[in-house]
Design a protein around this ligand. Structure first.
Ligand code: ADP
Ligand code: MG
Length: 402
């Protein structure tokens, strides 16, 4: 087939989508149901900037897929639009700290966006810092949105530099909106960083199945041609996502992939079957995304769990049903032996327990207390996904040098 014909054929193919972009995770819808109070809270803080006053730093946290990123982006874009109309000197940058995990990278990214025509490559940290401050000093209010802020390795330095700069500015201001999926992270912060960063804070709770359903209804109307998604498909996608800890991203991804599957198989409508098919691939994408950003030692702890579980040496329930449940102690031993094979120093048992809590918080494992059994009080651990998939995701990541 000629390439021209190929393009022609693809273009004229039937599709369930009206606007595929509207069902991708990056899309920011015009209205965000169930987030009115959060929108108000964040706006109340930022409105001070419109009065030419400094605003508080805001710390936003909650589990993955609770709408933190989309809500903050929504408020910021509304604020900037308002400021533009009134000629107010308010400017903002969005930095994903996962890809900019140091103070220098965050600041360089910020000045690069404020001065797109200049090139800051290779400039010193203090130069970049001063550039940002002088930009604010010109009577501008700068809002830095730092998403996945827990990924910044020298966060204490970053927060200290920004809050000190803000305090010293006589005109203009620099404020931070920090966002984190890691609900334990705040407790671990240095007290000074914590008080600087969390002047105001707000939690985003997981959505329930009904809320997810309403969110999906709204998106489906934008993204799909009329009548192309069945009621049953919407119900199933929201129920599956509600089970995955109320994660709207899972819901959105399920519907996107289900739509793609319907197109690929030349189906007229997206039905339950496509959603079910989509589940496996979405699960894999999500596991992979989560695992790839874990610190390496935490990946090794998870690897110990997934490889022990794959060996099926679990714990048998009294009912006779075999559950792949592992003892905390045996996992730690397995982890130590893996670390040794890789010539890595093993983390202490205290850190190991911290990592378990974190893995559980991310929804990668579940743990329960054993009660007073034969081995005394211990934590029982189970991977939350197919352990073979988890192992594969970690191996792929390591082969790519992460
Ligand atoms: P988080 O940053 O908390 O992990 P996101 O903001 O990335 O979550 O949201 C995940 C997905 O769900 C995105 O596609 C987002 O547009 C969608 N979403 C989340 N909350 C809402 C909502 N209240 N209304 C519409 N879409 C939402
Ligand atoms: Mg986010």
């Amino acid at each position: 087939m000629q390439l021209q014909d190929f393009f022609e054929e693809r273009l004229s193919r039937q599709t369930v989508f009206r606007d595929r972009n509207a069902i991708t995770p990056h899309y920011v819808p015009e209205t965000l149901p169930f987030r009115e109070s959060q929108i108000r809270f964040i706006s109340e803080n930022l409105v001070e900037l419109c009065n030419n006053k400094k605003s508080n730093n805001v710390f936003v946290y909650g589990k993955t897929g609770t709408g933190k990123t989309v809500t903050v982006r929504h408020v910021i874009s509304q604020l900037l639009e308002f400021a533009k109309g009134k000629n107010l000197g308010i400017r903002s940058v969005y930095v994903n700290c996962r890809t900019h995990p140091t103070k220098y990278k965050v600041l360089a990214k910020a000045v690069q966006q404020f001065f797109p025509e200049e090139n800051f490559l290779g400039f010193s940290s203090s130069f970049v810092n001063d550039k940002l401050i002088s930009h604010a000093e010109n009577n501008r209010h700068l809002v830095l949105v730092l998403d996945e802020i827990d990924k910044v390795r020298d966060l204490d330095e970053l927060v200290y530099a920004l809050t000190r700069a803000n305090d010293e500015l006589s005109r203009g201001s620099i404020s931070i909106i920090g966002i984190s999926n890691n609900v334990l992270f705040k407790e671990r912060l240095d007290p000074r960083t914590k008080s600087g960063l969390c002047q105001r804070e707000i939690v985003f709770a997981p959505y329930n199945a009904e809320e997810l359903r309403a969110i999906l209804d709204q998106r489906a109307k934008l993204a799909f041609n009329e009548g192309k998604v069945s009621e049953a498909a919407l119900c199933l996608a929201s129920a599956l996502a509600a089970k995955e800890s109320g994660d709207a991203r899972t819901a959105v991804m399920l519907l996107l992939r289900a739509g793609e599957m319907a197109d690929a198989q030349e189906k007229e409508i997206v039905d339950e079957e496509e959603v079910r098919q989509a589940k496996a691939s979405v699960e894999e994408e999500i596991i992979y995304g989560m695992i790839s950003t874990l610190p390496q030692q935490e990946q090794l702890v998870l690897y110990a769990i997934s490889s022990l579980s794959s060996k099926d040496r679990g714990f048998t329930k009294i009912s006779g049903e075999t559950e792949r449940t592992l003892f905390s102690g045996e996992v730690y031993e397995e982890y130590r032996s893996i670390a040794k094979q890789l010539n890595e120093n093993a983390i202490s048992a205290r850190w190991y327990r911290e990592y378990l809590s974190e893995l559980e918080m991310y929804g990668l494992i579940t743990t329960t207390a054993s009660g007073h059994g034969i081995r005394g009080q211990t934590r029982l651990i189970k991977p939350a996904f197919d352990p073979k998939k988890i192992s594969a995701a970690i191996q792929t990541g390591m082969n790519h040098g992460n």
